[in-house]
Write a protein that binds this ligand. Structure first.
Ligand SMILES: [Zn+2]
Ligand SMILES: [Zn+2]
Length: 341
């Protein structure tokens, strides 16, 4: 045995555009520069062509792809730690591999970006092997994450409540602090497993004055702890409508907050307002570099080499992108949307 670690032999792939050999981690063909992405449905790494009507959609020239469209995984576009695609119809911004990641390390800490990149590459290789062998990939169990978040929140409440009681004894009539008030109702996103995870927190902390329900996504079922069957509210119910709005708003907040912080100055809109840079040239840049982040990392010469750009415009682009450079990025629990810093 020459090594302690068994590494499954990795299939090699070819660029559909020029036929050159390309490798599993490649984001661009080393010969022709064409954008590459792994297509999890076909288990191949191949070239992608932009779809004319959209900045976000790409199409594989492979006959097996049958004209299907793909998006790049959000971690491909924004963080450069992934090279997988997502089916255009899939709601999840993350690819099959990235959506299994529970905690993204704080990107403000030096070395974390590289560590994250390496971890994702290793995970994708493992997933590729599992998928190639037709082994199932279990969906992420988010009950542990649910427990963690609810526990953190209610530990503060239990703590403040105890402190408030002590204070009330010392100085009667003083105002209670923010977390010393329990919410009337806790709505967790999910069905029975998620509700039970949250319920176990309340039980452990001895909290009895808080109501708890889970709102399951697909059928809009309302799960109440201790009940074997969900409550089905009429479609037109004001109560159900309120619960849905609460849930959707929480999603919206978590996702947009995460995105704003993570990819500030990394979106294509940052190319807006650069004189001389219209739709066609923007598209040419994205075709070559794949993302604004990569474009930012490119030299003026590299940018100038893109068809239709030239040295003057390249200089303007580089200057603009350098000026808009984004700040540090917080760690985020991608299961619950909780911002960890
Ligand atoms: Zn190529
Ligand atoms: Zn990914």
């Amino acid at each position: 045995m020459s090594s302690d670690v068994f590494v499954a032999p990795m299939k090699v792939f070819h660029c559909d555009h020029c036929g050159s050999l390309v490798f599993f981690e490649n984001t661009h063909c080393v010969s022709c520069g064409h954008l590459l992405a792994f297509l999890p449905d076909l288990l191949v790494l191949g070239s992608l062509d932009p779809v004319e009507t959209s900045d976000l959609l790409w199409r594989s020239p492979l006959p097996a792809a049958a004209g299907r469209t793909y998006r790049l995984c959000a971690n491909y576009r924004d963080a450069q730690v992934c090279n997988w695609s997502v089916d255009a119809d899939d709601d999840n911004p993350l690819c099959r591999s990235c959506r299994l990641t529970r905690v993204i390390p704080d990107q403000g800490v030096e070395g974390n970006q590289l560590a994250w990149y390496r971890l994702e590459v290793a995970k994708r290789r493992l997933l590729y092997t599992l998928l190639s062998l037709h082994l199932p990939i279990e969906g992420q169990d988010d009950t542990a994450a649910m427990y963690e978040v609810v526990h953190r929140r209610f530990l503060r409440y239990a703590d403040e409540r105890a402190r408030g009681a002590a204070q009330e004894e010392a100085e009667p009539g003083t105002e209670r602090r923010r977390f010393a008030y329990p919410p009337n109702l806790v709505v967790v996103d999910g069905g029975l497993p998620q509700v039970n995870a949250a319920k176990s927190v309340l039980d452990e902390l001895g909290i009895e004055d808080v109501s708890l329900v889970g709102l399951a996504k697909r059928l809009e079922e309302v799960w109440v702890p201790g009940q074997n069957f969900p409550l089905i509210l009429p479609r037109t119910s004001e109560g159900l409508y309120l619960l849905q709005r609460v849930r959707d708003e929480a999603h919206r907040f978590a996702i947009t907050f995460h995105r704003q912080r993570r990819s500030k100055a990394m979106t294509t809109s940052d190319l807006d307002g650069i004189p001389g840079l219209g739709e066609v040239r923007r598209k040419a840049l994205l075709r070559v570099f794949g993302s604004v982040k990569r474009l930012r990392a490119a030299s003026v010469e590299e940018i100038a080499a893109v068809q239709g750009i030239g040295p003057v415009l390249a200089d303007t682009i580089a200057t603009r992108l350098a000026r808009d450079s984004s700040a540090a990025v917080p760690a985020v629990n991608v299961t619950t949307g909780e911002v960890l810093d």
